[in-house]
Ligand binder design. Structure first.
Ligand code: SF4
Length: 104
């Protein structure tokens, strides 16, 4: 059962090597896009444990997690990396669509 946790995630695409295991450990939250880089889907559908495991097991530390505007992984001091990645993803939406995604 997934509890409402409010954890947000972002992937630093410059660090992502497309290897998994994020999309194995938290498949509803992470998926590879056409560039074989991980993108964030819906973190609310995965448990906190799955999200944390995905971030911890990332071989390049490319995943940032935050809760309520405060970073929880890898740094508990700030969510700046997450905010930066969300802004970058929003400005380059065409590069962050999951594989197979097509506009209607
Ligand atoms: S585990 Fe890390 S490097 Fe591997 S696909 Fe996921 S974000 Fe990218």
């Amino acid at each position: 059962m997934v509890h409402k946790h409010g954890i947000e995630a972002a992937v630093d695409r410059s660090l992502c090597v497309g290897s998994g295991p994020c999309f194995v450990l938290a498949a509803r939250a992470f998926q590879l896009d056409d560039d074989m880089k991980a993108v964030v889907l819906d973190t609310s559908t995965e448990s906190e444990e799955s999200l944390l495991s995905a971030a911890q097991e990332c071989p390049t530390q490319a995943i940032y997690l935050a809760l309520g505007g405060k970073g929880v992984y890898p740094c508990s001091e700030t969510s700046a990396p997450l905010q930066r990645e969300q802004e970058r993803a929003a400005s380059t939406d065409h590069q962050t669509r999951p594989r197979g995604f097509r506009h209607a």
